[in-house]
Design a protein around this ligand. Structure first.
Ligand code: SF4
Ligand code: SF4
Length: 69
């Protein structure tokens, strides 16, 4: 199911709490990668918490690491 790119979903996205989330993503106010697509930042994978996210639950997402190029 496609995830709408809405302010509400941005607020519900838990990416900023994720161990993989980094300063580059913070600086760019990046999140909601499952809707907006991969990050433009370089990423070191340190785990993905999308599985705990209310957006993933609502839209029945099963993948991880939506931020990764
Ligand atoms: S599923 Fe992942 S990328 Fe999508 S809103 Fe949740 S934490 Fe963010
Ligand atoms: S998509 Fe997954 S790995 Fe990337 S920042 Fe969001 S929760 Fe973390």
């Amino acid at each position: 199911m496609n995830v709408p790119d809405t302010p509400e979903n941005m607020t519900r996205c838990i990416c900023p709490n994720c161990p993989t989330y980094n300063d580059c993503m913070t600086a760019g106010k990046q999140a909601l990668f499952c809707s907006r697509g991969k990050s433009s930042c370089q990423i070191d994978s340190n785990g993905c918490i999308c599985g705990e996210c209310p957006v993933a639950d609502q839209y029945r997402l099963n993948d991880l690491y939506y931020c990764e190029p």
